[in-house]
Design a protein around this ligand. Structure first.
Ligand code: MG
Length: 405
């Protein structure tokens, strides 16, 4: 074995430095250690509210060159001169290898309470998991932290934490760790009440003077109480005779969900492909596709004859099964395995799609959807989906700055 420090019987020193952070501390410490010809095995450093914790795991001074006591005395002298605290622990070997079964656990809270954090950490421990690392992904619009957990399989951890999340009123996503998380992916979103705040058919219905009738059918369908296909035909039939020029008005009335532009812009910069699939209408999704620079869009098409809606839809029916089928088609066209796709939706007709995707995110969804999806976001900001993918707020803002957005 070339890497002798990985051997468990080789003596090593763990040097921990605490104190007020400022430039030059890391350089200073390693300059002191260099005086003894020591090699670096590992370095970890965090700064929280201006206070530094720097841990350096280094080889033990070689026999004859210097004693451990001399290293200790010199490091302490340097730390004192810098008004820092130092702790030096002798031992053997490197860090213990992380256990098998590794997951990323993202927790979103608004606020994230100490009580929730305690409960989540306790549940991880109960499952046999160990928290190896923790860091903050975002403080805005929610507090998002990520735990790197090992020692427990992803599925049972996800199940245990889903129950805890529900009880605590926080959102938790559990995904397995590994290279696939960094691989290029495809994100496919539902449109109505996901990418946009509206239900498009209700906007049409307002112009047709049948808003209340349509809203009642939509709500029942989204609760899963009505067959989606029947309810779609029933609602579209109510629009019969409506002037097709209303399409332009509806396009202008559509309100994007907060964070939608940030989400799409960031995903595109990272090389993701992004699409929408909607039980609504191509008359609106095609416009969104152009406006937002989406790669894919699919929806039902309202039939128009002689400048008026006929009350029928034409083309491929996009219902619950259709959404899952279209996700698979987009993935094939994008050259992305299904395991590397992310689907986001709020309605019962999104469930097959959410379960077909590698990661299914229920977005401000009805309980029936929330309970069946891999993970749920219950904050009305679409950009929180970025945190579930391990992208930090800092990275989003830095990219915006570079592009002058
Ligand atoms: Mg929806």
């Amino acid at each position: 074995m070339r890497d002798s420090s990985a051997r468990t019987d080789v003596p090593t020193l763990l040097v921990k430095i605490f104190g007020k952070d400022r430039p030059g501390i890391t350089a200073g410490l390693f300059d002191v250690l260099a005086g003894f010809g020591l090699d670096v095995v590992d370095i970890e450093q965090v700064v929280t509210r201006g206070r530094l914790v720097l841990c350096a795991l280094v080889t033990h001074p070689a026999q004859g060159q210097a004693t451990e006591g001399e290293v200790r005395a010199t490091v302490h002298r340097w730390a004192e001169s810098m008004k820092l605290d130092a702790e030096i622990l002798s031992g053997v070997g490197d860090n213990r290898p992380r256990a098998e079964g590794r997951s990323h656990v993202t927790v979103l809270g608004h606020p994230l309470t100490a009580r929730s954090t305690s409960a989540i950490a306790a549940r991880i421990a109960d499952c046999g998991g160990n928290i190896d690392r923790v860091f903050r992904l975002a403080k805005y619009p929610v507090t998002a932290v990520e735990f790197a957990v090992s020692g427990v399989a992803t599925e049972p951890l996800r199940t245990a934490l889903a129950a805890e999340a529900h009880q605590r009123g926080v959102d938790i996503a559990v995904v397995s760790a590994g290279l696939h998380r960094r691989a290029q992916r495809l994100v496919v979103m539902d449109v109505d009440s996901t990418l946009i705040q509206d239900e498009v058919i209700e906007l049409f219905a307002a112009h047709a003077g049948c808003a209340e009738k349509v809203a009642a059918v939509t709500a029942a369908a989204m609760r899963g109480e009505l067959d989606f296909e029947q309810s779609l035909h029933a609602r579209v039939a109510l629009l019969k005779g409506l002037d097709a020029r209303v399409v332009d008005k509806v396009r202008q009335e559509v309100r994007l969900t907060p964070g939608a532009r940030t989400l799409i812009r960031t995903l595109k910069r990272l090389g993701y492909q992004v699409g929408v699939v909607s039980g609504g209408f191509t008359q609106v999704t095609d416009d969104l596709r152009v406006r937002l620079g989406l790669d894919f869009a699919a929806a039902n098409t309202l039939e128009v004859v002689d400048g008026r809606l006929t009350g029928r839809v034409v083309g491929e029916l996009v219902d619950r099964a259709g959404k899952a089928r279209i996700l698979a088609r987009f993935a094939a066209e994008a050259g992305v395995p299904l395991a590397q796709t992310v689907a986001v939706g709020d309605g019962a007709n999104d469930l097959d799609m959410l379960n077909t995707a590698g990661l299914g995110v229920a977005f401000n969804a009805k309980p029936v959807v929330r309970e069946a999806a891999h993970t749920a976001v219950n904050f009305p900001f679409l950009d929180t989906v970025l945190y579930l993918l391990g992208i930090t707020r800092e990275e989003v803002e830095a990219a915006d700055l570079v592009d002058g957005a």
